[in-house]
Design a protein around this ligand. Structure first.
Ligand code: PLP
Length: 382
């Protein structure tokens, strides 16, 4: 072999979600409830701002940390919505999606051999991100019995106290779970007691349907030990524009920016113009999309209840996470795809804690959702 990939890369298996997409792509008449991205297009005003920026020839790099105007708007936005105060010069880093920000955080904050506690089931990129950085993953498995909320008990049982870093995500992908303020205080206290750095992925914060989103960074003693991740992909339906950001103390953004300035230079310029417009004028679009997701959530949950599928009341993001009526959720999902043409993702794709569940995305139009639910009902054992 002339090219020998690094061991730490080869040890990471390919994403369990992709296999399903590949299967689905080969088939006709598929309704996909498998994807984790909005079915909407970005608000027109944001798209128009991107087009205008191109017409005006704004095609060069920006500052490494992102355009200052955008960082100022992000600072004002997170202050207004989440009571978070960050300095645009030193504490905000604009990245190519939250994905890049997460990768930077793992590489900048995890030393080889460091233990990193990861809330599970979880978004597919965390475990690979930790492994690429040379860290050791300590799975913190949330339980269906707790509606997949992170609790102090779960952290203790997992031995998360020996970790340097704790990765959390709420509203959660894949479960749709949020976390109550009481539990969030417990998690924050645990992090302070054991001196953990918290990486808090809050990319679905705007898609919270019951109660308000509280960022862990607003709790006492937390801003100085937390990196908050957010972005434009989910709330503004801008996945393909690849724009996200990290909010963190200066020492964290400086370390992350050190990698970013060499690997990316700056996040996509056109997307930054779209994001500026999104923050300035697209709040109503976000609210309208959010209201539609909420209607679909209620519909999907009520249909699952009618079918007798156990499913806790997901309160955010755009996922429901029902229990699979059969032991082997992967085989169930594969047969559902082959026989009824409905793609859902087996929960095990998001870690062992997801076993026995299915992730069902309702980022799909109501007409398709209705048809998909009818097909699932037909497929279920009588
Ligand atoms: N974090 C979570 C929890 C996600 O579900 C996703 C995308 O599915 C991302 C981060 C990546 O977002 P971005 O498009 O901003 O890279």
């Amino acid at each position: 072999m002339t090219v020998d990939p690094a061991d730490r890369v080869e040890q990471v298996p390919p994403s369990g979600i992709r296999r399903f997409f590949e299967l689905a792509e080969e088939m006709d008449d598929i309704i996909s409830l498998g994807v984790g991205e909005p079915d909407f297009s970005a608000p027109w005003a944001a798209r128009d701002a991107a087009i205008t920026s191109l017409e005006q020839g704004r095609t060069s790099y920006t500052a490494n940390r992102g355009r200052r105007e955008l960082r100022e708007l992000i600072a004002a936005h997170v202050d207004d919505r989440y009571d978070l105060r960050y300095d645009p010069d030193e504490e905000i880093l604009v990245t190519a999606g939250a994905s890049e920000a997460l990768d930077l955080a793992f590489r900048a904050l995890v030393d080889p051999g460091d233990a990193v506690a990861v809330q599970q089931p979880c978004y597919v990129s965390y475990v690979p991100g930790v492994l690429f950085a040379g860290g050791e993953v300590v799975p913190v498995e949330t339980r269906a019995a707790d509606e997949f909320e992170l609790t102090r008990d779960v952290l203790e049982a997992a031995g998360a106290d020996r970790a340097e870093v704790l990765v959390i995500c709420y509203p959660n992908n894949p479960t749709g779970a949020t976390i109550s303020d009481e539990r969030l205080h417990e998690v924050a206290a645990f992090a302070r007691e054991h001196d953990l750095t918290v990486l808090s992925d809050e990319i679905y914060a705007a898609l919270t349907y019951e109660g308000e989103h509280t960022s862990i960074a607003t709790l006492p003693g937390m801003a100085e030990r937390t990196v908050v991740f957010n972005g434009f992909s989910k709330a503004y339906a801008m996945t393909g524009l690849r724009l996200g950001y990290a909010l963190a103390p200066p020492e964290a953004t400086t370390a992350m920016n050190r990698i970013h300035q060499y690997s990316l230079l700056s996040a996509p310029t056109t997307a930054q113009y779209a994001a500026i417009e999104a923050l300035e004028t697209c709040r109503d679009d976000v609210e309208e999309m959010c209201a539609q997701y909420d209607r679909r959530r209620n519909y999907v949950l009520s249909r699952f209840a009618e079918m007798g599928l156990d499913c806790f009341r997901a309160k955010g993001a755009f996922y429901a996470f029902p229990e699979c009526p059969r032991d082997d959720a992967a085989a169930f999902a594969e047969e559902l795809l082959e026989e009824q043409g409905v793609a859902v993702v087996p929960g095990s794709a998001f870690g062992a804690a997801g076993e026995g569940h299915l992730r069902v995305s309702y980022a799909t139009g109501m007409g398709e959702l209705k048809e998909a639910m009818a097909r699932i009902e037909r497929f279920l054992p009588a």
